[in-house]
Design a protein around this ligand. Structure first.
Ligand code: PRX
Length: 640
């Protein structure tokens, strides 16, 4: 049986969905035929959610970059693969056709080889949003090295932790990165990180800002010099390494409910099929269209929908170095007009933030090239949805509300543009291959159509996480143990009479701040390392722009210190240990935390206080000292 690679009607969706659930093997066997394989698979799927051990396209051999690049050279060599727009509106944009991108990827892959990188090595990439970031990612994949991109907002300590965890001996970075009116010193951050990472053998530094950087002999080399070396060697061709379907493609660190971020591992074949299939189908991507995903490649959204999804589809992906408000709040809209963007994919936080500038920045912008809009990363509130729909989509573009996670590799639940209906703030229907189930607090699967509870997924899909790097048991306990034989997402959801899913947010101790995932335990650990801090508890609260803000309750032991200064110091410590993205929005100093007799902090109460719901705090009788609650409520009024 053969199923269309691109679904174009509701009926086709229904058929594909049914088939994918009834016989996943036959369904994905059909879809996987649309890729370039060096050897086809022996078995479509082997799986066991207990271990967990999941293999897709077992025995298959391939290289994802041949699917992203080589196969488009015939017929589409001159199609733009990447369009890059600088942070500076006056700097000329760059267009890399498939031919040019292929050339540059091969060239840099040869640089990696010259520097001793071999298949299976972990390569950490810490760069701004420049085309060379995409080139570096693809060059790693070309030679079978495992890339681990770290978002530019993470601190030296965070990078060091990740380098240690991945045992990455190679780093690729930039001197600095332009963001708005700032030039961020990336190499300096790397230098600090590498003090504690003596195992790093080589650091390749791209010139972008050309701010002064230290270059350590024997370790640090310039990207441009290394390119010159391979140029003089002549042949730019770099044969794609033949990879096993299940070989790791990349590691991406993400926060969980424990203190330490985990390295989510994705495979070569399954991830490729999933990123491609979801890209083509959710956005209904048509050849020749310009796709603009505003995420950073440091997050999964950038991996799947700036790089791998669009490129495997032979599409044109627009990559933007800057921020939405520089030089003014009309920058995204300018870019849409400048490059005739057809599909625009962004985060609700960005929409809410741009909404706050009113519609003035939209004046004179046509936006008529737009056909489809998308959102990702956090629930979108109705007000933002309607603003987006009316002012950006001119009430004619469907909005796809895409729910997924770093661990899922690609979009899991979403309406499909023009095919299944979009409902404000509802992610809606599962993609083919995805069987969501909702479980109640006892862990029983709720079988009624209308349901509310914790969201799990019953069958494996090609893009599912394979392991957490270096610690498989962690993968098991995090995702597969809470509910036997189910993948647990960590999210809550509601299901309506039509089978649509509305995601209600995390049910674990993970916050979603501006669409970025941050573990409360991670922030607490950082705060607790600040001299003088005795204990802290961190919770999320509703934030008008960021979705969630970070609220920290801190017990501080030095009574003689000026607490306003201490507050600033704590923010500095968090910035140093994690990065500016994890800085609490509010710090309240308290003398005690509400704890049960077993020593557990009652976060439920702290969440309510942070939300200003102080009238209805529920039962506090199980607390060792219920009076701390009154004190915290009273203290809150003094907080700015
Ligand atoms: O809580 C969900 C939320 O973001 C979490 C995943 O975060 P991360 O791994 O960083 O990936 C973000 C980009 C895919 C989820 O567990 N989330 C993501 N998309 C949505 C969402 N919540 C509601 N609606 C969405 N569309």
């Amino acid at each position: 049986m053969s199923y269309p690679h691109q679904i174009s009607t509701r009926e086709q969706y229904d058929i594909a969905y049914q088939a994918s659930i009834e016989n996943p093997e036959a369904f994905w066997d059909s879809i996987a035929q649309n890729f370039l394989w060096k050897k086809k698979w022996d078995q479509v799927l082997k799986w066991d959610f207990v271990e967990p051990k999941i293999e897709w396209f077992a025995g298959g051999r391939l290289n994802i970059t041949e699917n992203c690049l080589d196969r488009h050279l015939e017929g589409h060599a001159n199609t733009p693969a990447l369009i890059w727009e600088s942070n500076d509106p006056d700097e000329h944009h760059r267009i890399l056709t498939y031919k040019e991108l292929h050339f540059k990827v091969c060239q840099f892959a040869n640089v990696l080889k010259n520097n001793g990188v071999i298949k299976g090595d972990r390569v950490c990439i810490y760069m701004g949003m420049v085309p060379e970031l995409a080139i570096a990612v693809l060059a790693c994949a070309r030679i079978g090295a495992i890339h681990s991109v770290i978002f530019g907002g993470f601190s030296a300590q965070s990078i060091s932790d990740r380098l240690h965890d991945a045992q990455a001996a190679f780093v690729i970075t930039c001197d600095g990165a332009f963001r708005g009116n700032k030039a961020i010193a990336l190499k300096e951050v790397i230098d600090d990180a590498l003090i504690s990472c003596q195992f790093v053998k080589r650091c390749i530094v791209l010139t972008r800002t050309r701010q002064p950087v230290s270059m350590i002999k024997g370790r640090d080399v310039w990207w441009e010099d290394e390119i010159r070396k391979v140029e003089t060697q002549g042949n730019p061709v770099c044969k794609a390494e033949e990879m096993d379907a299940e070989d790791p493609l990349f590691i991406l660190y993400t926060s969980g409910s424990t203190g330490k971020p985990k390295g989510v591992v994705h495979s070569c074949a399954g991830y490729m099929v999933w990123a491609n299939y979801t890209f083509i189908n959710v956005f209904n991507y048509q050849p020749g269209e310009v796709f603009f995903c505003t995420a950073d490649i440091g997050w999964i959204t950038g991996h799947s929908y700036i790089v791998y999804g669009p490129l495997t589809a032979g599409g044109t992906s627009l990559m933007f170095e800057g921020i939405p408000t520089y030089p003014d709040a009309g920058r995204f809209w300018d870019l849409i007009d400048k490059f005739k963007v057809n599909i625009f994919y962004t985060a609700p936080t960005a929409i809410r933030s741009l909404m706050s500038f009113g519609i003035e920045p939209l004046e004179g912008k046509s936006l008529e090239s737009l056909r489809v809009l998308g959102t990702v990363g956090e629930p979108i509130n109705e007000e933002a949805w309607h603003w987006y729909h009316k002012n950006i989509g001119k009430s004619r573009c469907p909005i796809v509300d895409t729910w997924w996670q770093t661990e899922t590799g690609g979009i899991m639940i979403s309406n499909m543009a023009g095919i299944t209906p979009g409902i404000p703030s509802v992610a809606s229907l599962p993609m083919p291959g995805i069987l969501p189930v909702i479980v109640d607090e006892k862990g029983e699967v709720i079988t009624t159509t209308v349901a509310s509870g914790n969201l799990c997924i019953k069958l494996p899909w090609p893009g599912i996480i394979r392991t957490t790097y270096g610690d498989h048991a962690r993968c098991r306990t995090n995702y597969f143990e809470a509910y036997p034989n189910l993948y647990f997402t960590g999210d809550g959801a509601l299901r309506d009479t039509n089978g649509n899913y509305r995601i209600t947010g995390r049910v674990d101790d993970v916050l979603n701040v501006s669409g970025h995932r941050i573990g409360t335990a991670e922030v607490e650990n950082a705060i607790n390392r600040h001299a003088g801090v005795i204990e802290s508890a961190v919770v999320g609260y509703s934030h008008e722009i960021k979705g969630q803000g970070i609220y920290a309750y801190v017990i501080y032991g030095e009574t003689t210190h000026d607490l306003n200064l201490v507050r600033q110091d704590i923010l500095q410590t968090v910035s140093r240990l994690i990065g500016a993205i994890a800085k609490p929005d509010t710090i309240q100093f308290v003398t005690g935390l509400p704890k049960t007799r077993s020593g557990k902090i009652m976060r439920r109460i702290l969440r309510k206080i942070a939300e200003n719901e102080t009238q209805n705090l529920g039962d506090t009788s199980t607390l060792i000292d219920p009076s701390v609650v009154d004190e915290i409520v009273k203290g809150k009024s003094g907080i700015k």
